[in-house]
Design a protein around this ligand. Structure first.
Ligand SMILES: Cc1cc2nc3c(=O)[nH]c(=O)nc-3n(C[C@H](O)[C@H](O)[C@H](O)COP(=O)(O)O)c2cc1C
Length: 432
């Protein structure tokens, strides 16, 4: 390996062999990524020296050469046998070797790890004060966040005083009760078992605020979209959250407040807004998955659902396939019955279990009981229907009871999409 020109960035082998100690050692030694392909993937490669014996043993006629080709590399040294192993060597295309400013594989793994292992924490806090230096590192991370026009619109209020925290806790409890009252019975029972804040269980609360006017009139990049100022403060929270994870400090974001309620308790001036209220404390462990997933309240969406190419809706998977995927992930235990009124109006919202789908061309007043889907064609309406069912399956739906409030073609198509999506997502459905 020492005689090879350039740097070895990638070691590739057959799936299952990546745990071989010698291979792992070599990858560590070279700081190279270890990647695997299945026998099926390797069998598809046009390897120049296939072998019937290898085909018999590994169900692919080539491993070494095929593995090089499978990475998109150009084959430089074809199959070469040594007493211990068979190798082939390739050169990756320029695109794959660019990004030289990137970290090496182990450092990248740490970055990915802290992102994956960050959790919203509400339980298991230790009765230990936060170390001052650790807190400074965490706040420095927050303060290094990107911000529109470098306006840095955030401030951090560190709240330790119990009397203040009790007042904030009281506000959250009231909002918790209000939310519980708004839920259908089955969902409410599930919600009763969830913990939504740790205001009094943590040694420190941090209120992150935003001064939207900070920096004056000519803040670069804010003029066309003022929301960017609030985005900036939210990103600071994410930086804080990640840095805290690395310190073993749990953070729980509480948003069970009206926008101005906490401001009063904390004495915020009228021009300063609360962005996030965080409960912060050391914990012994971080759960492997979000609490809402572990408790069966909701499910994560696969990445592929969120990726569109060049224009909205051009995706790698069809929406019906997505819905089938949702069937595997659906939150079955909850099994909520949802009354979906297609083409309904505000009047229909009186029933708490109902979800009105508004296909009109004017954006309705903001209300989460109304889904605005102004479909341009019946085809688009049908897709929207499938998509709505697919996403409801991840939020605890078990049965969709669909009512068509108009016989407009787009509404009919959307209702059909809902039923198709419900079937594919493993939900039962009925139509009135
Ligand atoms: C803006 C925002 C507000 C949130 N508000 C609450 C909240 O009030 N109570 C709560 O228990 N979790 C709250 N969360 C946490 C989410 O439920 C949590 O991030 C999500 O379930 C994913 O879990 P994870 O953060 O552990 O990956 C909030 C998260 C965000 C980003």
């Amino acid at each position: 390996m020492q005689d090879l020109p350039g740097e070895v960035r990638l070691l590739v082998t057959l799936t299952g062999r990546e745990s071989e100690p010698a291979l792992r050692q070599l990858a560590d030694h070279l700081h190279a990524e270890l990647r695997t392909f299945t026998a099926g993937e390797l069998a598809d490669q046009p390897a120049p020296t296939p072998s019937a014996q290898v085909a018999h043993l590994k169900t692919t006629p080539s491993v070494a050469e095929a593995a090089v080709l499978a990475t998109g590399a150009e084959l430089l040294v074809p199959k070469h046998k040594t007493p211990n192993t068979t190798i082939a060597v390739g050169r990756l295309p320029a695109a794959a070797t660019s990004g030289r400013a990137g970290y090496d594989v182990r450092e990248r793994e740490v970055v990915q790890r802290v992102i994956a292992e960050r959790r919203d924490v509400r339980r298991g806090f230790l009765d230990v004060p936060i170390d001052g230096e650790a807190l400074t590192r965490v706040l420095e991370a927050a303060h290094r966040a990107p911000s529109v026009g470098l306006s840095q619109p955030w401030d951090f209020l560190l709240i330790r005083d119990v009397t203040t925290r009790r007042k904030v806790h009281e506000l959250a409890s009231r909002q918790r009760d209000a939310f519980a009252r708004s839920l259908p019975e089955q969902r409410r029972q599930k919600f009763d078992g969830l913990k939504i804040e740790a205001i009094l269980d943590t040694p420190l609360n941090i209120a992150v605020t935003c001064d939207p006017g900070r920096g004056g009139r000519h803040v670069l990049g804010r003029h066309a979209d003022p929301r960017t100022t609030w985005f900036s403060a939210a990103i600071a929270i994410q930086n804080l959250w990640l840095a805290a994870r690395a310190e073993g400090i749990g953070v729980g974001w509480v948003s069970f407040f009206g926008p101005d309620e906490v401001a009063e308790v904390l004495g915020l001036p009228p021009h300063v807004e609360l962005i996030g209220y965080l409960c912060v404390g050391y914990v012994d462990e971080f759960a492997p998955a979000p609490e809402l997933v572990r408790s069966g309240w909701a499910e994560r969406r696969p990445l592929s659902w969120a990726i569109h190419h060049d224009e909205w809706g051009r995706r790698d998977t069809s929406i019906v396939d997505d819905a089938r995927h949702a069937a595997q992930n659906a939150v079955r235990a909850a099994g909520q019955r949802i009354h979906v009124i297609v083409g309904g109006d505000a009047e229909d919202l009186r029933q708490q279990e109902s979800l009105v789908i508004d296909l009109g061309s004017t954006r309705p007043d903001h209300d989460f009981g109304v889904l605005w889907r102004p479909a341009r064609t019946p085809e688009e309406a049908e897709e929207y229907g499938v998509e709505i069912a697919r996403d409801l399956a991840l939020q605890g739906a078990g049965h969709l009871q669909v009512r068509l409030a108009t016989d407009e073609p787009n509404a009919k198509a959307l209702a059909e999409g809902l039923m198709a999506g419900a079937s594919a997502s493993g939900l039962t459905h009925s139509c009135a």
